[in-house]
Design a binder for this molecule. Structure first.
Ligand SMILES: *[C@@H]1O[C@H](CO)[C@@H](O)[C@H](O)[C@H]1NC(C)=O
Ligand SMILES: *[C@@H]1O[C@H](CO)[C@@H](O)[C@H](O)[C@H]1NC(C)=O
Ligand SMILES: CC(=O)N[C@H]1CO[C@H](CO)[C@@H](O)[C@@H]1O
Length: 401
């Protein structure tokens, strides 16, 4: 299999970003997001045929919930039954005991979507219990969304949903417990709490491949095609053997092949990982995940965070820095200086770096699909980089602020 990608760079992002709002937004992901005032926001909805069974159901359910929020638990339960979701329903008491009454010391993490606790069930099985913020109607929508989308997913590189629990206004999701830590802590934690040695090349390679396979499965192989929307280092969980599993499907959305959806609501995700077309125009497609995955690859190889204001100006943003190094033929300078690898591995490292910069191209059409990414990472595709003259930034004409 020979794949030819022509890399077209983004020198657009070189030089000072600070003076130009458009540049800043595009390259550095710092911009004023359009306000949620819909009349202000150009609402462009590319007409899509109903994107599959699940989206239809979710919309229906959302509609029902918005109108009858009082009875939302009742409605949710009914929907869960009607949709024949096989996830187990846990008793609230069972989870309360398992998490020692949601004790502080059992807290594994928290996000905008809720708090995650470690639980030990009566049969000694460890689980991660996610308690959703339920103050808003959005909370119940997210809950159902997550159950619907992921209850049928089965892949070793995705955390599996074991069940759910509804109790009054409490909504809980029960996941398999991944025992070690997350990639962000592993790569960037300097307290020495996780491992004192530097993560070696073969481990990094294994993690990159595992995440790519999990994401490929989400995009293509599962019954419903899914965009994760929040791929980042802290959402990659590692077990004792450092096998990666993608977690947190709270923002995941179903999508149809080749469709780009325009999101009219606020753009959600994590700054630093968001694809430019998503942050600027709300365009969402599987290529937005590919961008985030590219950022993750760069972080994993370089051992640097995607942005760090303490670095020198050209080095603040990892994707920009990678592009700059590439155009200067110094891409290998990006590698974590603590990493050691032999001659055979050198080509592997090079392959991953080249794949990474392909993934963080500004133009979504130019980014490879996860199918190609898996092939490139695994060495099953030759990456031919034709370095075209006259770099172009295909979307720059849109930027006039
Ligand atoms: C890399 O690290 C892993 C986990 O710490 C270890 O099992 C493995 O043997 C190491 N590989 C090499 C080549 O050092
Ligand atoms: C590459 O292809 C070979 C043979 O088809 C396969 O065994 C291997 O798993 C592939 N590697 C990856 C990483 O996909
Ligand atoms: C399908 C599958 O299990 N893919 C990979 C998940 O991650 C582990 C660890 O990296 C790999 O060994 C699997 O091949």
């Amino acid at each position: 299999m020979l794949m030819c990608y022509s890399l077209q760079g983004n020198p657009y992002c070189q030089g000072s970003l600070l003076k130009d709002h458009g540049k800043m937004c595009f390259c550095a992901q710092y911009c004023t997001l359009p306000s949620s005032n819909k009349s202000d926001w150009k609402v462009i909805v590319i007409s899509t045929t109903i994107s599959g069974f699940v989206l239809g159901i979710v919309t229906l359910v959302l509609g029902i919930m918005l109108h009858r929020s009082k009875k939302h638990v009742h409605v949710l339960l009914k929907n869960i039954k009607e949709l024949d979701i096989k996830a187990k329903r846990f008793e609230y008491n069972e989870l309360r005991i398992a998490t020692k009454n949601f004790a502080k010391e059992r807290k594994l993490g928290a996000g905008a979507y809720g708090v995650v606790y470690k639980g030990i069930l009566a049969n000694n099985i460890e689980v991660a219990v996610k308690q959703l913020c339920i103050k808003t109607k959005q909370g119940s929508a997210d809950f159902l969304n997550e159950i619907l989308l992921i209850s049928n997913l089965q892949h070793r590189n995705l955390t599996t949903l074991q069940g759910y629990c509804l109790h009054g206004k409490e909504m809980l999701l029960v996941y398999e417990f991944v025992d070690f830590c997350d990639l962000e802590k592993f790569l960037f934690d300097t307290s020495g709490a996780y491992l004192c040695q530097v993560m070696n090349w073969s481990t990094r390679m294994k993690i990159c491949l595992g995440v790519a396979q999990g994401l490929y499965y989400l995009h293509v192989s599962s019954q419903t095609r899914i965009i994760h929307r929040d791929i980042k280092a802290s959402n990659i969980l590692l077990d004792k053997d450092l096998n990666p599993k993608i977690a947190d499907f709270g923002l995941a959305r179903p999508i149809r092949d080749g469709r780009t959806e325009i999101m009219t609501q606020q753009c959600v995700g994590t700054i630093g990982y968001l694809a430019p077309e998503y942050i600027l125009y709300g365009q969402l497609s599987d290529k937005a995940d590919v961008y985030s995955f590219g950022v993750l690859l760069l972080e994993t190889i370089s051992g640097k965070k995607n942005q760090d204001p303490t670095r020198s100006e050209v080095e603040v943003y990892l994707p920009t820095q990678a592009w700059k190094l590439y155009t200067e033929n110094r891409l290998m300078d990006l590698i974590d200086p603590r990493l050691q690898f032999n001659n055979n591995e050198f080509f592997e490292v090079q392959r991953i770096l080249e794949t990474a910069i392909l993934c963080v191209q500004i133009s979504p059409e130019k980014r490879p699909s996860m199918f190609h990414v898996v092939a490139m990472l695994g060495g099953n595709a030759t990456i031919v980089i034709s370095n075209e003259e006259g770099f172009s930034c295909p979307q720059s004409r849109h930027i006039q602020t």
